[in-house]
Design a binder for this molecule. Structure first.
Ligand SMILES: Cc1cc2nc3c(=O)[nH]c(=O)nc-3n(C[C@H](O)[C@H](O)[C@H](O)COP(=O)(O)O)c2cc1C
Length: 326
């Protein structure tokens, strides 16, 4: 069991917010393999307040897509609170504040990972969200802005003081982006600094990696991001390991996905494609699925030419035929 405020999860892992990736189809596939909590991609609070169609689409969900976390991006309390008003009409279970996005067009506005440089602003934003939200509030942070200013423990203390239900730490600085290995020692230092649950993010690519990260950090839960690309089976692997005290590393290594029988992968691809077309429509649904085709077939022998054709496929029939050819 893992408790996020009043929300009880049967297992201590979740699907990360991923811009351009963790849409409803992606989440529904993850849920089929036992993912107990998933997050929307980051949603700009100001755009949400304006209720523009493209932004509202991020909030589309279904009863199978619960519990659901909505991640907000912003730095002005009034925009964040207005976003909460708009969210009142939607079903969701957790609000997460993004203090982790390293992209320049976000950080130059003082949002995302730039908030790591302002623990007091973080305190004010989280306090406002906690006061007004009807669900638990979490915050996703980085280890710091850069290697000279690693301050995740200090930021986490302010986040805890503001009343957040948990803090998620991506163990890389903003300047590291997604490169190198996530630093387990920073996550461990956060765990030692606060009493609220700590969720570790970074490099959860297999059950074996998950076991190592849990051991090294002492974290309360794990967040799966790139490890879920083309590999929803990772949630099943993590769940099975829970069933036997986390000891089941055998057969769940990083090469498991590569070794998976294509006969097992194809129906999942077909379902993901169908969900994508349902959600995004026939044109964008197929275009969005192109990258998923590449992820699902990573390591599949002789699939190179099919992958090249998939990234140009533009109709549902064309994409279905490519899956069939695998
Ligand atoms: C394509 C992509 C999009 C991402 N978008 C978001 C996002 O919207 N919000 C966020 O907090 N983190 C985002 N992240 C970061 C992940 O949630 C995660 O913290 C990071 O990838 C580290 O985990 P990993 O090493 O297991 O991939 C994104 C990562 C990727 C690869």
């Amino acid at each position: 069991m893992f408790a996020l405020g009043g929300l009880l999860l049967p297992m201590p892992f979740m699907l990360a917010p991923m811009a351009g990736v963790s849409d409803l189809p992606f989440r529904l596939i993850a849920r089929e393999f036992g993912c107990p909590l998933a997050f929307t991609e980051m949603i700009n609070a100001r755009a949400l307040g304006l209720k523009n169609d493209k932004t509202l689409r991020f909030l589309r969900s279904s009863p199978l897509d619960r519990p659901l976390g909505v991640q907000l991006l912003g730095r002005e309390p009034e925009f964040l609170l207005h976003a909460l008003d708009v969210l009142a009409g939607y079903p969701f279970d957790v609000i997460d504040l993004n203090a982790a996005c390293p992209v320049h067009k976000v950080t130059r506005k003082g949002e995302g990972a730039a908030l790591m440089r302002e623990p007091e602003t973080l305190f004010r934003l989280v306090s406002a969200l906690v006061k007004h939200a009807r669900v638990p509030v979490t915050v996703k942070i980085r280890s710091g802005w850069d290697l000279d200013s690693v301050n995740a423990p200090e930021a986490a203390k302010r986040i805890e003081a503001a009343g957040a239900s948990a803090v998620c730490v991506h163990g890389r600085t903003r300047s590291q982006g997604y490169r190198g290995r996530a630093d387990a020692s920073v996550i461990k230092a956060v765990k030692e600094a606060v009493a609220i649950p700590v969720i570790a993010s970074g490099d959860v690519f297999s059950q074996a990696a998950a076991a190592r990260i849990a051991e090294e950090t002492g974290c309360d839960a794990l967040m799966v991001a790139r490890g879920a690309l083309g590999n929803p089976w990772i949630f099943d692997d993590l769940a099975r390991a829970q069933g036997n005290g986390g000891a089941d590393a055998a057969g769940c290594g990083p090469h498991d996905a590569l070794a998976r029988e294509i006969a097992e992968v194809k129906p999942v691809m077909e379902k993901h494609l169908a969900l994508s077309v349902d959600h995004h429509g026939p044109v964008t649904g197929v275009i969005n699925f192109r990258k998923c085709f590449v992820w699902y077939t990573r390591g599949v022998r002789d699939a190179r030419t099919l992958r090249v054709r998939a990234v140009h496929a533009s109709s549902l029939d064309e994409m279905r035929a490519l899956i069939d050819e695998l």
